[in-house]
Design a protein around this ligand. Structure first.
Ligand code: DQA
Length: 142
């Protein structure tokens, strides 16, 4: 069955407890449950890993799966320096939407650079937990 992979990277398992003034009070489970409720016709796979290699493994596994409609990826801080994740995204045919809860351009200068942006289909940043829903909509609209 066709599905969308929602893939979260390092420290996003701490949502709700981690800097709530920046990332909000919802947990990752809250956000995922909200997506499932809001898009009842969509089959989701929700995955979170702290490790770079595990994230790359997920990108390889779903990225070549013809059933995968697209990948909503919040790569956390790897966004800003992981050429290995950028290479994995470039290697796979599935569309990948770079997604951030916070507005990375309004924060520290190191967050303004994304090494994955050039190989992603597009980027959504700064809409809080709503960023994930906007990324899902971008995949559905394709
Ligand atoms: C983040 C922004 C990144 O800079 C940061 O390292 C994160 C979360 C966001 O969702 O706003 O871990 O990707």
């Amino acid at each position: 069955m066709a599905y969308i992979l929602v893939l979260n990277g390092p420290n996003l398992n701490l949502l709700g407890r981690r800097e709530p003034e920046i990332y909000g009070k919802q947990t990752l489970d809250d956000i995922n449950a909200g997506l499932a409720a809001r898009f009842p016709c969509v089959e989701f796979r929700f995955v979170q890993h702290n490790g770079e290699g595990e994230l790359i493994g997920e990108l390889h596994a779903s990225g070549f799966d013809p059933e995968c409609l697209g990948i909503v990826l919040n790569a956390g801080a790897y966004t800003h320096y992981s050429y290995a994740i950028a290479d994995a995204i470039a290697a796979i045919p599935a569309p990948v939407v770079e997604t951030h809860i916070s507005n990375v351009h309004a924060r520290e200068s190191f967050r303004r650079e994304s090494v994955i942006a050039p190989v992603c289909t597009g980027t959504i940043s700064g809409f809080g937990a709503e960023s994930y829903a906007l990324a899902v909509m971008a995949i559905i609209d394709r």
